[in-house]
Design a binder for this molecule. Structure first.
Ligand code: GZL
Length: 325
């Protein structure tokens, strides 16, 4: 394990301590911890959805002091420029490792190169980046394209043989989750009788999901047979708009979403949603395991993909009592 310094010491004497202890770049330790404490800067997207809250909780639980970490947490309020600034701040603080849940895929090359030059490993969790693979040690994530394809296959199998009008609430523009889900979904409904009336981003939030759905209903009204929302939260926001328009969600407008957080699974069990593809947010344990290996100089895989499942209304009723998030 790299020679460590006490972050508290650095706070007291500033740059001198950094020079005095010959920081090998990224070699500082947590404040007050012993030699083996790993200081990790975690750049989270923000708090845009129920999924994000569960993911943050999972990460904070795994990167605890008891587990040998000092976690410096930053939530970027879904603003990519704020998230890049957070990563740069972690580099300046000389953390031992950076964990990043990138809001968007592009724009990471420069700051990831700065982390590499500072000898600070970056581990991606959740979404991924378009930057070169040599700029991050590993990615712990999910197969978003498969999630989109699973949702699209359910739509194709249940509605693809009769003329069906669909609207789509997309996730955050430029995020790998939204881009890849859209790709997988489009592939699955190719050649069916499904018509996409409209597709707009609701930025993974309930509020924006409701607003965009209100617009869809004003424009297309009862022509809409089906809604595909890239996450539960936008689908839950759309429920309010559908009910306000005097329509019955799950019946007049069928709804398929992705995530399977508790509120989404409850809507599914109660018949307001029709199908949910899970996207597991509990990535903390695996991410912490990978960080420890990377900091110890052990080899790790370039990516670890967490398995997902899918639920219909009956399966949601059965699964709800045991769901961890
Ligand atoms: C997916 C994650 C997405 C979720 C949304 O791994 O990045 O972001 O589907 C969340 O709920 O906001």
């Amino acid at each position: 394990m790299k020679a460590k310094k006490t972050l508290a010491g650095l706070a007291l004497v500033g740059a001198i301590a950094l020079t005095a202890t010959g920081c090998a770049g990224g070699g500082s330790t947590a404040g007050g911890g012993g030699d083996d404490v790993i200081t990790v800067g975690f750049a989270q997207t923000g708090s845009e959805s129920g999924w994000r809250s569960a993911n943050t909780e999972s990460m904070k639980e795994a990167f605890s002091e008891e587990n040998g970490f000092n976690l410096i947490f930053n939530a970027a309020d879904n603003k990519p420029e704020a998230q890049i600034a957070a990563v740069r701040s972690f580099i300046n603080q000389g953390v031992d490792a950076i964990v990043l849940a990138p809001i968007v895929t592009d724009g990471w090359d420069d700051v990831l190169q700065e982390a590499k030059d500072a000898n600070i490993p970056v581990i991606l969790e959740d979404r991924t980046v378009s930057a070169s693979e040599d700029l991050y040690a590993s990615w712990i994530g999910l197969d978003f394209e498969k999630e989109g394809e699973t949702a699209g296959t359910w739509v194709a199998e249940n509605f693809g043989s009769t003329p069906t009008n669909l609207v789509i609430l997309e996730g955050t523009t430029g995020s790998s989750a939204a881009t890849d889900r859209a790709t997988g979904f489009a592939k699955a409904i190719e050649g069916t009788d499904i018509t996409v009336l409209d597709s707009q981003t609701g930025n993974f939030t309930r509020a924006e999901g409701k607003t965009v759905m209100e617009g869809f209903l004003q424009k297309y009204g009862s022509q809409i047979n089906l809604l595909f929302a890239h996450n539960d939260d936008m689908g839950l926001g759309a429920l309010d708009a559908i009910k306000a328009a005097g329509l019955k969600p799950g019946t007049d407008i069928k709804i398929v979403t992705i995530d399977a957080v508790k509120d989404g699974m409850t809507a599914l069990a109660e018949g307001e949603f029709n199908y949910i593809v899970e996207c597991n947010p509990l990535l903390g344990e695996k991410t912490a395991e990978v960080v420890k290996k990377v900091v110890a100089g052990e080899s790790v895989d370039k990516q670890y993909i967490v398995e997902d499942q899918a639920f219909d209304q009956e399966q949601a009723k059965a699964a709800l009592p045991d769901r961890k998030y």
